[in-house]
Design a protein around this ligand. Structure first.
Ligand code: NCD
Length: 319
C-alpha cells in the first residue's frame, strides 16, 4: 500500500481557506497554527473545554469504516460542543452491507442535508476521493489506511506546544510501527512545518519506511534513539496492516522497543511520553510509563476534542 499524495488545492479554496481537512502535507504553517490557536482558546485555564454555538445550523455525520474509540467519540463530543447535530452512521447495519457503493451512501447522506462528513477508512486516499466527487460538503479525514490522520497529528502538536512552547529546538523520538502509521506520517509533516528538525525514527528494520526519508534520523536501537529526547511518541503495532512476515514476536518487541521507566531515564528529565492509543500495555509501553508522571496520553485525548472542535469551526467559516 502506497501513501496517497494530496494536493492542497483539494483542501484549500481559492481564498486559501480550508474547505476540507484531508492531510497535513504541504498545509501552510499559518493554517496549522490557526487550528492550534482556535483549539487552545477552547480550553480554559483550568483545562475545561468550552461550548460554542458555531455549528448550530449544521449537521455532521461520522462514518467510521474502521474501529475507533477515541477518534469517533471525540468527533461526536466535539460536534455536540459546537452545537452541531451529529449522527454516527451505523455502517454495520447500513445499506453498504447491501452492496450500495460508498459514493451512493455519501450522496444519500448529502441529500439528508449533512454539511460535514468525518470519514475513517482503510483505503489510502478515500476521503480525498469523496472530497473530489461530492460538492458542497466538507470532508474531514479521520484516518485513511497508512496515509494520514491529520486531527491526531494536530492534537499531538497541540499537546507538545502546551508542554514545550516552541518546536524548533525539540528532539522528538517516534518509536514503533512507523511504516504502517498514519499518525507518524501526519505527525512528521506537522512537526517539520512547525520547525522541528531533530525527528528520530526508532523501529526494527521491518517497521521502518521502505522509502528514503531525507532529514529524518533512523535508529534500530531504542536506547540510542531516545537519548536526550524532549518528546517520545510511541506507536501501536498495526497488525491489521502488516503482512505475516512483519509481525514481530511481542515479547522480543517489548525487550527491544518497549518503553520502560529505566529506558525513559535516557531522555531529558522533563521529556513527555505520548501515544495515540489504543495502547498495548507491556508491548509498546510498560504500564508504569503509560500511567506515570511523564505520560500525557490522557491530555492528548482531551486535546482531541478541542482540535476537532477547532477544525469543524474553521470549516464552518467561523475563523
Ligand atoms: C490511531 C489510528 O487509528 O490511526 N488511533 C487513534 O486514532 N487514536 C493509532 C492506532 O490505532 O494505533
Amino acid at each position: 500500500m502506497k501513501p496517497h499524495t494530496i494536493s492542497n488545492d483539494a483542501q484549500l479554496n481559492s481564498n486559501g481557506r480550508l474547505s476540507h481537512l484531508l492531510g497535513l502535507e504541504g498545509l501552510p504553517k499559518n493554517q496549522i497554527e490557526k487550528i492550534l490557536d482556535v483549539a487552545d482558546d477552547l480550553i480554559d485555564k483550568k483545562g475545561n473545554l468550552q461550548k460554542t454555538k458555531i455549528l448550530r445550523d449544521m449537521s455532521v455525520a461520522n462514518l467510521f469504516f474502521e474501529p475507533s474509540t477515541r477518534t469517533r467519540n471525540t468527533f461526536e463530543i466535539a460536534g455536540k460542543r459546537t452545537s452541531a447535530k451529529t449522527i454516527n452512521v451505523d455502517l454495520a447495519n447500513s445499506a453498504t452491507k447491501k452492496n450500495e457503493t460508498l459514493m451512493d451512501t455519501m450522496h444519500t447522506l448529502k441529500a439528508m442535508q449533512i454539511d460535514m462528513f468525518v470519514i475513517r477508512h482503510k483505503q489510502n486516499g478515500l476521503p480525498h476521493h469523496v472530497a473530489e466527487n461530492i460538492k458542497g460538503v466538507s470532508i474531514i479525514n479521520a484516518g485513511d489506511g497508512i496515509n494520514a490522520h491529520p486531527t491526531q497529528a494536530l492534537l499531538d502538536v497541540l499537546t507538545i506546544r502546551q508542554h514545550k512552547k516552541a518546536f524548533d529546538n525539540l528532539s522528538v523520538a517516534i518509536v514503533g510501527d512507523i511504516r504502517h502509521s498514519r499518525v507518524a506520517r501526519s505527525g512528521i509533516q506537522a512537526m517539520k512545518t512547525l520547525g522541528t528538525t531533530d525527528i528520530r525514527l526508532i523501529a526494527p528494520e521491518t517497521l521502518h519506511y521502505k522509502e528514503e526519508t531525507p532529514g529524518l534520523e533512523r535508529f534500530d536501537n531504542l536506547d540510542q534513539g531516545i537519548e536526550g529526547a524532549d518528546v517520545i511518541i510511541s506507536l501501536r503495532l498495526q497488525k491489521e496492516r502488516m503482512i505475516a512476515a512483519d509481525i514481530p514476536d511481542e515479547q522480543t518487541y517489548f525487550e527491544g522497543f518497549g518503553l520502560t521507566n529505566e529506558r525513559l531515564k535516557l531522555a531529558k528529565p522533563d521529556a513527555i511520553v505520548m501515544h495515540p492509543g489504543p495502547v498495548n500495555r507491556g508491548i509498546e509501553l510498560s504500564s508504569n510509563v503509560a500511567d506515570g508522571p511523564q505520560s500525557v496520553i490522557l491530555q492528548q485525548v482531551t486535546n482531541g476534542i478541542a482540535v476537532r472542535m477547532a477544525v469543524m469551526e474553521i470549516l464552518a467559516g467561523a475563523f
